[in-house]
Ligand binder design. Structure first.
Ligand SMILES: C[S@@+](CC[C@H](N)C(=O)[O-])C[C@H]1O[C@@H](n2cnc3c(N)ncnc32)[C@H](O)[C@@H]1O
Length: 350
């Protein structure tokens, strides 16, 4: 997928092995803080039935694409708009159409490019070159109009937004997250943005459920054989660090606040990033979900100590901890040590 705080690509073999050990190689697994969808997709590949959700809207589009699409959809509603160069694949034709749209000096150009003029009067921001920001505006507004006029289905919308987010990540002028932009454009960011077809995983694409919202609110709706919980480890809020991806996913035009241009993200503020409410959230989720087995990822330098987690989870069931040596997620300028311990904590309800 892409660089994302806490992405589990490197830990997948450990997570899947543990899940197999706990429930065997079939059953329903819930991934309720699914992020980029890396774990959910691997669970689909391994033959599980998956229920996946996250509080962020971009995650919803990644999950629909990765879990529920076996083939590229037909894009019937926009077929008269696109050149049919490639008769066998409307998705490719749609991407060609979007890639060739006339750039537009819109919201991204104004708020996130050096030739822009932010509405709040701060200096122009440099998340994207002016050319790329204007292309993103044209693509976003085209997708918006297709959605508003019911010309594309929900799955087609998710596939296009997923594809746009992947392309945006390749040209963003950032150091790891979207919390701030770099003062001068780095090499990847001066390339022209281009939508590229994403690969779909065909097999086992039926019967998966994708939800959107806080795990604390959704838990009561879920029944699963095992629930995988991959929470934030630190105080850093995902909604703040990935605000631009959220704006693409929602297709809206929020106020860009302060020097860095963050959207107001309070509606997606996570209690799991706070010392005061995090453990209560874990308890609520584990109590309300219809599931007897949990696997929780956490790290040595997370907000809560292993003892605090063992104490909290111990009230739900029997706790076991596996320790894994791991390389840390680092923004490019971080001075933190490169290695740390990652925990896989299994809990079996009493
Ligand atoms: C460590 S990341 C998950 C990474 C994911 N496993 C991957 O490989 O990409 C944590 C995720 O939890 C989500 N999150 C934080 N608090 C949440 C909550 N209370 N309910 C649902 N999702 C939450 C964040 O949006 C973020 O995507």
């Amino acid at each position: 997928m892409y660089r994302y705080i806490g992405n589990k690509t490197k830990l997948l073999p450990f997570i899947i092995n543990k899940i197999k050990e706990m429930i065997g190689d079939r059953g329903t697994v819930a991934d309720i803080m699914a992020g980029t969808g890396t774990v959910a997709l691997e669970l689909k590949k391994q033959g599980y039935s998956v229920i996946a959700s996250d509080v962020m809207t971009y995650s919803y589009h990644h999950l629909i694409t990765n879990l529920q699409l076996a083939n590229y959809p037909s894009f019937k509603g926009v077929e008269d708009r696109i050149n049919k160069e490639n008769d066998c694949c409307p998705y490719i034709n749609v991407l060609n159409y979007l890639n060739n749209l006339q750039p537009k000096n819109g919201f991204f150009f104004r708020e996130f490019s050096p030739l822009g003029n932010p509405i709040n009067g701060t200096s122009p921001r440099k998340y994207f070159t002016a050319e790329n920001a204007a292309k993103i505006d044209a693509i976003r507004e085209c997708i918006n109009s297709w959605v508003q006029n019911n010309q594309i289905s929900n799955k087609e919308e998710s596939l296009l937004k997923h594809t746009l987010i992947m392309a945006v990540n390749e040209v963003a002028n950032i150091s790891g997250t979207y919390g701030y932009f770099l003062s001068s454009f780095k090499n990847n960011s001066i390339n022209d943005i281009k939508l590229k077809p994403v690969k779909l995983y065909k097999d086992n694409s039926d019967g998966h459920t994708v939800m959107h919202g806080f795990a604390e609110n959704i838990a009561g709706l879920i029944t699963a054989d095992l629930c995988y919980i991959d929470p934030p480890y630190m105080k850093r809020q995902y909604a703040a660090n990935y605000h631009i991806l959220e704006t693409i996913a929602r297709g809206d035009f929020p106020d860009a606040i302060g020097k860095s241009g963050l959207r107001d993200w309070w509606d997606q503020h996570s209690k799991l990033c706070t010392k005061t409410k995090g453990l209560q959230s874990f308890s609520k989720i584990m109590t309300e979900i219809s599931c007897d087995k949990f696997l929780v990822s956490y790290s040595e330098d997370g907000l809560f100590s292993l003892e605090q987690l063992e104490d909290c989870f111990g009230k739900i069931g029997k706790v076991e901890v596996q320790e894994i040596d791991y390389s840390r997620f680092k923004s490019n300028d971080s001075k933190l040590p490169p290695k740390l311990k990652e925990y896989l904590i299994s809990v079996e309800r009493k």
